[in-house]
Design a protein around this ligand. Structure first.
Ligand SMILES: C[S@@+](CC[C@H](N)C(=O)[O-])C[C@H]1O[C@@H](n2cnc3c(N)ncnc32)[C@H](O)[C@@H]1O
Length: 271
């Protein structure tokens, strides 16, 4: 399944790099992908060693380099890492990109330890074993270092329109919120950005993780949770009826019940 995911992300990479969604022609800034609360939680990054796990094209990674962090990015997809290196070079920013599976990250960074490990926005769903992931993160952090996860809320992932897309506006529970039923096979010729169909490797495997399961994995690795924020905003409109806010991010219509679509979890490694 990991090999299938690697091929799938390799196949998505050229489509994503050319897409309006990622806006690498300069139409989007790395900062567009961050909520204000993330910067408040992360604090000053200048001079800090920051590792972005599952960094894909490095669209978010570049924001750390812009802030003066010594920045690393790690991703399973070799094509993503190659593209990320090109993008950083074009932007005149220094980022050390490494191709590796998250589960092998400690060996892949060759002894480097970090002040901040950042990950999310479509990352944890590719990891079958969260306690093992959290233990890797703990090993990557210096004492006092910070893990920051900003992820699509499991409630967001379990909601979908019903009846099918286009036929009605209601969002109802369509997918598991909790983990435990194994891998979910996701197929389809098109990725989530604009652009042409995938040339090959259309199948990817995902794993659901409830919020309690994420928190318990992080706490179980000996990290101390210092914030868990839930937000009704998303960086892009997941459903047609979402409305743009004056932050540039998107929310469900004002009259709808307020539900979390994204969460930010901050945890620190004891000194
Ligand atoms: C949706 S991106 C997340 C990055 C960023 N938020 C974005 O939207 O571009 C998911 C990334 O996770 C990577 N990935 C999936 N499984 C992985 C694993 N086991 N180890 C490292 N990277 C992995 C994929 O290659 C892909 O680049």
């Amino acid at each position: 399944m990991m090999r299938a995911n690697q091929s799938n992300w390799d196949a998505r990479t050229p489509i994503h790099a050319a897409s309006a969604f990622y806006g690498l022609d300069g139409s989007r800034s790395p900062f567009d992908w961050f909520a204000a609360f993330e910067w408040a939680d992360l604090g000053d990054l200048a001079g800090r060693d920051v590792l972005h796990l599952q960094c894909h094209l490095g669209t978010e990674t570049l924001a750390f380099a812009h802030q003066g962090a010594r920045t690393w990015g790690l991703d399973l997809s070799g094509r993503s890492v190659e593209e990320a290196r090109r993008i950083a070079q074009r932007a005149g920013l220094t980022v050390t990109y490494v191709q590796a599976n998250v589960y092998d990250a400690v060996q892949a960074v060759r002894g480097q330890r970090f002040d901040v490990v950042y990950t999310g926005k479509g990352a944890l769903c590719y990891l079958p074993d969260l306690p093992r992931w959290a233990s890797v993160v703990s090993d990557l952090l210096r004492p006092g270092g910070l893990l920051y996860v900003v992820e699509f809320h499991p409630l967001f992932s379990s909601l979908g329109p019903k009846p099918p897309r286009g036929a009605g506006p209601e969002l109802l529970l369509r997918n598991d919120y909790l983990e435990g039923r194994g891998a979910l096979e996701r197929g389809g010729a098109h990725t989530y950005t604009d652009g042409p169909a995938l040339q090959d490797a259309p199948v990817a495997y995902e794993w659901a993780h409830g919020l309690g399961e994420v928190v318990t994995a992080v706490a179980g690795a000996g990290l101390r949770i210092t914030a868990l924020r839930e937000s009704e905003l998303l960086p892009w409109p997941r459903w047609e009826r979402m409305e743009r806010t004056d932050t540039g991010w998107w929310r469900l219509p004002e009259a709808d019940p307020r539900i979390p679509l994204l969460y930010g979890l901050r945890a620190s490694k004891p000194e």
